[in-house]
Design a protein around this ligand. Structure first.
Ligand SMILES: Nc1ncnc2c1ncn2[C@@H]1O[C@H](COP(=O)(O)OP(=O)(O)OP(=O)(O)O)[C@@H](O)[C@H]1O
Length: 282
């Protein structure tokens, strides 16, 4: 669906240098702190900014090679973008109907009703959550096969975030060959949604792993200096000094549980893994 190979972009000190793949039928998450480069990567993929090196292919083609029909296969939500506040929800509907031959008016109405989007109000009067939901509904109601969602849950409370993740799960269940690329700086949103995770830090991908593998095989080992000296370090990805000794990130927790039963093993949530990868010493 999407292939990003060695894409580079510099903004002064900041340097993006990324490769990433989104496979058909999978939800791929891009997680990283504020300023890590998520939006820059999305903008490069969508042709909204130029990049200095590398190659991007969507549906096997470059941006320029994509036909209008193929572009309709893409559903996009960009951070801080949307329709002007001086339109009402129902005006958006009219624009979409002109823009997309495959626009699904009935589904649009159904979703707006279900998610309590007032079509007769001006968008500038919408809450942050309403705007975010409207943006997602727009991306979902023209039979797009590939969704690219940059921080679609930004500014939403926990309940609204869960609601939005449910919408995405339903979208995938309708047609399993669809794909989603979704970014967030909130790892718990992605942990329960994605098949594949990329962690971006200061413009670089520091981890690419299947979500199930992270949950099954990753862990943080809490060891004393003495335990650390004696242990096999082959499967340690990163270490960090802690108040109790040393915290070590491993992707082979079973090995350490079997061979070092006295070591404290904290099963790695995505948050813990990210913290270790982006804040550790090695
Ligand atoms: N047009 C621009 N001109 C100069 N610097 C830019 C520009 N756009 C982005 N940057 C810089 O590039 C870096 C990455 O920004 P980007 O918006 O991609 O991060 P992000 O991961 O999306 O962050 P957030 O979660 O806060 O949205 C930042 O240091 C930012 O200041």
């Amino acid at each position: 669906m999407l292939e990003i190979k060695g894409v580079k972009k510099s903004y002064g000190e900041f340097q993006l240098d990324c490769s990433l793949n989104v496979e058909k039928g999978r939800i791929t998450g891009l997680v990283g702190e504020n300023g890590a480069g998520k939006s820059t990567l999305f903008k490069a993929v969508l042709g909204l900014i130029s990049y200095d090196a590398g190659e991007i292919k969507i549906l096997g083609k470059t941006q320029e090679e994509l036909s209008e029909k193929e572009k309709e296969e893409l559903g996009v939500v960009l951070a801080e973008a949307g329709f002007t506040g001086y339109l009402k929800g129902k005006d958006v509907e009219a624009v979409l109907a002109r823009l997309y031959p495959k626009f699904e008016a009935e589904k649009f109405h159904q979703m707006c009703e279900e998610y309590q989007i007032p079509l007769n109000k001006f968008i500038k009067e919408y809450s942050t959550g309403m705007k975010a939901k409207l943006n997602l509904i727009i991306a979902l109601t023209h039979q797009a096969e590939f969704l690219m969602l940059d921080e679609p849950t930004a500014g939403l409370d926990v309940g609204a975030r869960e609601g939005m993740l449910d919408i995405l799960r339903e979208y995938m269940e309708e047609k399993p060959e669809r794909s989603i690329l979704i970014s967030s700086h909130i790892s718990s949103d992605l942990e329960h949604l994605c098949d594949d995770i990329y962690v971006i830090h200061k413009g670089k991908i520091v981890l690419h792993e299947e979500m199930d593998t992270i949950l099954e095989k990753y862990a943080v080992l809490k060891v004393s200096e003495e335990q650390y000296r004696a242990m096999d370090k082959r499967y340690l990805l990163k270490e960090r000094k802690d108040f109790f000794g040393i915290a070590c990130l491993t992707n082979e927790k079973q090995y350490y549980m079997e061979n070092y039963p006295k070591i404290v093993v904290e099963s790695g949530s995505l948050d813990q893994v990210i913290l270790m990868l982006t804040g550790g010493e090695r």
